[in-house]
Each structure stands twice: as C-alpha cells, then as structure tokens.
Design a protein around this ligand. Sequence first.
Ligand code: IMP
Length: 429
Amino acid sequence: MANVTVIGGQWGDEGKGKIVDWLSSRADVVARFQGGHNAGHTLVVGEQVYKLSLLPSGIVRGTLSVIGNGVVLDPWWLKQEVEKLRGQGVSITPENFQIAETCPLILPFHRDLDALREDAIGLGKIGTTRRGIGPAYEDKVGRRAIRVCDLAHLDDLELQLDRLCAHHDALRAGFGEGPVDRERLVADLREVADFVLEFARPVWMTLNEARARGRRILFEGAQGVLLDVDHGTYPYVTSSNTIAGTAAGGTGLGPSAAGFVLGIVKAYTTRVGSGPFPTELDDAIGQRLGERGHEFGTVTGRKRRCGWFDAVLVRQSCAVSGVTGIALTKLDVLDGLDEINICTGYRLNGKTLDHFPAHSSDQAAVEPIYETVEGWSQSTAGARSWAQLPASAIKYIRRIEELIRCPVALVSTSPEREDTILVRDPFAD
Ligand code: IMP
C-alpha cells in the first residue's frame, strides 16, 4: 500500500499541521524523521487546539507515532510535551508511541551554546529557535553525542563524557563559561531516563515490519526545503536535511518507502529568522498578508516576514525533493487583492536566472521578475470544490502549477479540516 511523505516546500510554516492531521487519520503509522522541537505544528480537532513541537501529529488521534533516528531529542522537552498532551486527554503509551534508540539527545549546554553563539555573531546571526538543534546535530556527526540508548547505561558514560566535554569545555571557555558540570548532567539524565526509555525501541524494525504487512506510513517532515542544510539558503538554514529523501535515512527504511511526496506550499511566501527572501514585501501588502494569515511563529512567537509567491524557489524545492504533488494552503489570505504578483525569475548583474544562485550574497542581491495576475474580490475561505472558487483564483492556481512544474493535489482554504479541495488523494496512489 502507498506511503506518503509530507514536506514543507518553502521556509517552513506552510500549514503542514492541518494536512498532516487529515492524512494521519488515514495512516497506520506516522513517523518524524528530522529536526527536533524547533518545529511547531498546530492541529485543530473539534474544539481542541493541540500544539506539537516534537511529537508526531498522529499521536493526537491515537495512530502509532514514531520518532526516527534522524530527529534530535530533548528528553526534558519530550516529558513536558507528553504531559501537556496527556493533560488535554491524549493517550500516550508505548503501544502508540516509540522513539528510536539511536536518536541523539539535545542537552542543556546545546541550548546554551545555540544562544551564546547567536548573541556573539551580531548582524550575521542565523536567527535560530535557540533550542540547541544545531549544536546537537554537530555532536552527532562529530561522534560525541549521547543517544537515547545511552540512558540505559548512565553508570558507564565516562568515555563518552570525556569525548563530549573535551569539545564543549574548550568552546565554553572561549565564551567565558565554566566547564560542563558532568555530575549534574548525569543526575539530570537519571531523572528523565526511565520516562524516555519506556518508549525506546528499534524503530527501524517497527517500520520495516509495518511496511512488510502493507501498513500505510505517513512521514511527517518539519521545517521546509529552503531550510535544508544542503539545498536551502545556506547558512541561513536549519541543521538537518528537510527534503523528502531524508524520510528513509532518518527512520531506517530504504529510499523506495517514501511513496507519494506531498509538498506543502503556501499561496504566498513567509520566512522567520534571518536570510535572503527575494519577494519580501516591506509595504502595506506585506503587512496585510501577515495580519490576515496570522503570521507569527508557533515556537518563538516571532513575526514572520511575508512576500509574494516565488515560483522559482518552489520549482527548485519540488525538484530537489522529488515532489509528486503539492498541497496549496492559505489561498484565502489573498482574497480581496486587485492584483497578485508571482515571481517567475530573477535578475542578477544584468543576467536573467531561472534558479536560485548558490552564494548567499547573490541570493541577497537577486531582483525578482514578476508576472502580475488578476486578483479576486470574492471570499475563497471554506471552499470545498473548484466550483466554489472564483475564476481568477483557479487561474492563479493553474499558473502556479505550470511555473513550478508540479500538479496541485490539494487546496486548503481554511484551518478547518473539511475546508479542502481534493484533486488527487496521495494515499490512493
Ligand atoms: P534552528 O533550526 O533552531 O537551528 O533555526 C535555524 C533556522 O531555521 C532559523 O531561521 C529558524 O527560524 C528556522 N526554523 C527552524 N524551525 C522552523 C520551523 O519549524 N518553521 C520555520 N522556521 C524554522
């Protein structure tokens, strides 16, 4: 049976929560494969609003939910998020929730380092969520991470702590901070170990067995392709690979498991944090998009930067992520505009470009080339069929499909689950 991989096609915050919730109600397993609690997924189920950062969205509906090895896990955050959701009546047990034993842990000094570095950089700062994501991934590839499975061996951590502290004590000294308090760290880990270990499993095995039994797996990506550490607007990116290809490596399944790749794409563009943004609008229209779209970060509360739809960037995202079809979200935010611009190319040093250049100074210097299309005055909010959309809204969607060279599978017209136009069911493929 078909699997579905959901990824963000822009800089995150594309409205993945609603789509993932809808798909997860039909999946047998939901798996997170990268990122950590830097993500912010809002799910509205009936009267209840659930805000998730680390747990896979399927947990809210009781679907088997797993955190794959590609995720970096803050064990204290996990405990807090599980307790918060249990407080909202969500059942979370080892029967419906598993964590890969090989997940690297985010430790308190990762968080400190994230903030110390951001504060020290000044103008060039990345604008991270300050949750220790980057430093934790650095320790993973530096082969000095403490992982979930280590929580069962806390009496035997000396060598690992030597490796970890040799690195971090030197860094901390440079920032005028004292060395890592090893005793305190182990004591803190001891406090949370049993809680985490209750859910620790060979997740790769769970998923391979589920696949062999023909179960439907939904891979839930976090952030967006433009924040991918290889394919994004480096260095203004997150520290993981956010493309669909990571679904396999970040869970322990082969590359053929990804199935239908659904790219979630907002009908305009937003970005939180620093970095280039060619179609950014510093005017009343940008302000209007932010207000109508409630563009404030779920994790940090920061105001999101807003701009026109950038077809060049989304075309690139779809290509590097192998997107099968897109879910276009927040179309209603554009209601009432007389004219709408779509970026179809860039101008740089007198040349025309049909892709985003690699270097950050070129990325900052490109000038968008716009095509202007007619807006619509009617409301598209809540539309559930093409017939309920004004002709110019349909034209806008069709033009986007052409420019990004990828078909629309879904159009989302409000946060409500049912307010969706379904063109092609990703699970039916
Ligand atoms: P980090 O992931 O905390 O290291 O932050 C790196 C960059 O990714 C910053 O620009 C963040 O604002 C951005 N970022 C991280 N997670 C998200 C997300 O879930 N949505 C949108 N932006 C994000």
